[in-house]
Design a protein. Sequence first.
Length: 236
Amino acid sequence: MTHTGETETDRAHEGPVAVTGRGLPGWLAPVAQAADTVRPEQLSRFLPPTSGDGRQSAVLILFGEGASGPELLLMERAGTLRSHPGQPSFPGGSLDPADGDPLTTGPLRAALREAQEETGLDPAGVQIFGVLPRLYIPVSGFVVTPVLGWWREPTPVRAVDSAETARVFTVSVADLTDPANRVTAIHPSGHRGPAFLVESALVWGFTAGVIDRILHFSGWEQPWDRTKQVPLDWRT
């Protein structure tokens, strides 16, 4: 599913679940190329169980173009949530039966549906141009398909349900690549991982790990000080 050319979904005219790289802005070409070539083990050491176990889910990694240039859409979980309060993330969630086959177009539909439910964006303005290999989040048992999108026709976004989402925001790619905004997050368990201090938020965990790998394999990464550490609160 990591293709940037025309796919069977294009030819079948299935609309919002098409995967195509046609008409992308030039700056997104490295991301599209990375999606076509990256292997699962290059993204994470946590891969889906060979048994097939796991809760199938998808996230939308949506690139747009704002006043400060290329940007990425993120959301921040409500601080009252029991799990990961206040943690920034990509829009996304579990697949519904109506989304379809989890091994083909199901994650595409789920990523768009969840993004619409969480941020209010219009899926019609999103062009899916690639899909990264499925990854695994051991602590929750989620098997996550990262879906890459180009925000071809941006629409207003907001925190649709304040009980679940504190805010929806964009962060510029320039800020994500700026070495001054990069740190290593230290979890109380001892786990260390890349993180980003952007838009008054600390982006860490699965979301930061995927962003880190996208920047690396797209050739956007700049050298940064990996000894600069930020401890995470025990509640995370």
